[in-house]
Design a protein around this ligand. Sequence first.
Ligand code: ADP
Ligand code: MG
Length: 293
Amino acid sequence: ATPMAIMVGTGRGAEQGILFRRGAAFQASAGVNVVVMDKTGTLTVGRPVLTDIEPADGFMADDVLVQAAAVEGRSEHPLAEAIVAAAHARNLGVAEVADFAAVPGYGVQGKVDGEEIVVGARRFLNQLQIMVPRGLHERAAELAKQGRTPLFVAIGGRVAALLAVADPIKEGSKPAINALHSMGLRTVMLTGDDRETADAVARQIGITEVKADVLPADKEAVIGEMQSKGLRVAFVGDGINDAPALARADVGVAVGTGTDVAIEAGDVVIMAGDPRSMARGLSLARRTFRTIR
Ligand code: ADP
Ligand code: MG
């Protein structure tokens, strides 16, 4: 491609909200053969809502929600925002939190009124050796099959409730995956969600390859492994916990609804967060560079 063609191509991208931040990124985009996408905030809106509260025996839904929201109030995770918003919508009070800690990919914990509160994934409770009652465990699996993310709340070492949060799929996700497939590209969804939730969401979007239960720290390694097999990988993420994966990929595509950190890490920035723009950007790069390949 001539410098002129590259200028025209990147200019056309910019008009559509696709910023190629480095010249090399445009050319690298033309050679990609697999597109790996983070789920939350990339393929889904990233603004989940609380859909279910199922208290364990001896607990009241509102009491559990107050405590869970208190601890989540200190987290910036989209799941945390859903829980805080639900407590707010029910006009529940705000409790004080001490000794707050967030464990990426697992959940959060803190003390409310001297009692230890834990909110997070099943694996977080396992790690803390908190038993999940069989009934709630089965219910969690059912909710996950519908594409919802089940979370557990434990109070003082006992499971107090099962919560479920649903994150709507972006309108552009399915068409974007279709477009990538018709370009002959492989698509993979990467998420910290459990297998059931991840598969249900992937099915709705049309993605057939799913890597679930991937901890934030391991996303980068998944990309590295693909690269070591000779694949040229584009990684698309919103940047919450995935800046290292964006940096590692051959082309890191930051969706613009993400954090500043991610936008810094991205070689390509999708301004309005529409997955279709990502597919358009790759297509634009291919058309521009086809002449020299
Ligand atoms: P994703 O890869 O979908 O962006 P994360 O890696 O950020 O997700 O989180 C993976 C899982 O860890 C979530 O599905 C949830 O079960 C748990 N988790 C992470 N942060 C929180 C939090 N603040 N509150 C409750 N659960 C959390
Ligand atoms: Mg994420």
